[in-house]
Design a protein. Sequence first.
Length: 217
Amino acid sequence: MSDLTDQWGGHAMRLVGDLGLNALRLGFALLTSFFLFRDGEQLLDQLRGILHGLLGNRVQAYFDAVGDTTRAVVYGLLLAALAQGLLAGLGYWVVGVRAPTFWGAATAVVSLIPFGAPVVWGSIGVWLLLKGEIGAGVGLLLWGALAVSWIDNLVRPLVISGVAKIPFLLVLFGVLGGLVAFGFIGLFVGPVILAILLALWREWAADNVHVREPPPD
């Protein structure tokens, strides 16, 4: 009993510690967001002036790349959540779930959180299985895994690639790699880093093309 108490007590303390740490991170994030929204324009102007003195006129292209990519990530996030909600709602309606529109909207909202959509359609699928509706439950779980969750990996990179003019494969690597390396914030950081690197690459390639061209007669 003493060993079990120590074991479960340790788990409980770690859980409480993780919750407290995440709450502290959320507090710092909200506090930082407040000051960035209040003083962000002034800070951005100062940063633009400093980088313009260091890099010259080319710095505006980097700012444009960051802005376009960030907006594209937000649009891709919203459109992917909407697509997941529509597909999930269609699946709920087909298998006979009550209020499929409500559950589809709930799936769309939860889809804004990474890997949030499976919580909704997975719970409903398991509930159908527990009710004895094996065909409906298995069908919904397969539909969620093969269609609802997969559409997120297709819509978001396509939107980012189209808006930010970045090749689809690079966007896919940026989204997935950023998510693995930085967590939720990596959904934004990964494509932005790739956009800056791609802008540098294109500028370097253009400069080398001009260098290789023979001088005019």
